[in-house]
Design a protein around this ligand. Structure first.
Ligand SMILES: C[S@@+](CC[C@H](N)C(=O)[O-])C[C@H]1O[C@@H](n2cnc3c(N)ncnc32)[C@H](O)[C@@H]1O
Length: 209
């Protein structure tokens, strides 16, 4: 069994807590540092499957909140009783998903742990991740309420400086953060935008959303 296939401390802990994936601890660390999600908030989760972030978002913001999730793959979770989770299995680049997400907005927080399927070529993978991040930023511009927050996964090794600059122009504060649960060999990091500036900071989305 390779090191990656072996369940590590984070995976075992996640399963015990009812989460399908260890990635939940990345969001937990970010939430503890910046409180990106508020109780009763509206949260958009892009690239949500198997569902650990959506479940964590629901559990930590209470039954008055709602989470809207989209992914190419199905979710492997159920919302806790009395909590609202709306899910679309689909591609975040399509008009269908844009309309679905718009119908539940505006949002207080946009999360994206979306990752392209990797080819092993760092440049190609970073480019695919860049396209996903830009799509998420277009969605944030269109559907995030003023003062809202953003968490987005970014693959390093490409145009991450451009992504950081765009986040800086849209939010009061922009941070880059590598949570402890990110595997040491991973090229991923997270960018956090705090306090969406709204119309003042918005650019025209590159793709209609
Ligand atoms: C690392 S997983 C997300 C894990 C999730 N945050 C959790 O905690 O369970 C990345 C996800 O991004 C999704 N994804 C990649 N490209 C996508 C796209 N174009 N539209 C929707 N989802 C996409 C993949 O299907 C995959 O499930």
């Amino acid at each position: 069994m390779s090191n990656r296939a072996k369940p590590d401390h984070w995976t075992i802990k996640a399963k015990k807590m009812g989460y399908p994936a260890r990635s939940v601890f990345k969001l937990e660390e970010i939430q503890k540092k910046w409180t990106v999600m508020k109780r009763g908030g509206a949260i958009l989760d892009v690239g949500a499957a198997p569902g650990s972030w959506s479940l964590y978002a629901l559990r930590s913001t209470g039954p008055k909140s709602h989470v809207v999730a989209v992914d190419l793959k199905p979710l492997g979770i159920k919302a806790p009783s009395g909590h609202k989770l709306h899910f679309l299995q689909g591609d975040v680049f399509t008009r269908e998903s844009a309309e679905f997400l718009a119908s539940f907005g505006p949002y207080d927080c946009v999360l994206s742990d979306a990752a392209p399927s990797t080819s092993g070529n760092r440049l190609i993978d970073a480019r695919k991740s860049y396209d996903l991040v830009m799509r998420v930023l277009d969605l944030a511009c269109a559907h995030l309420g003023k003062g809202g927050n953003l968490v987005v996964k970014v693959f390093q090794g490409g145009d991450e400086a451009e992504i950081r600059d765009r986040i800086k122009s849209l939010f009061k504060e922009a941070r880059t953060f590598k949570p402890k649960a990110v595997r040491s060999e991973s090229m991923e990091t997270y960018m956090v935008g705090i306090g969406f500036l709204g119309e003042k900071g918005s650019e025209v989305p590159k793709n209609p959303v």
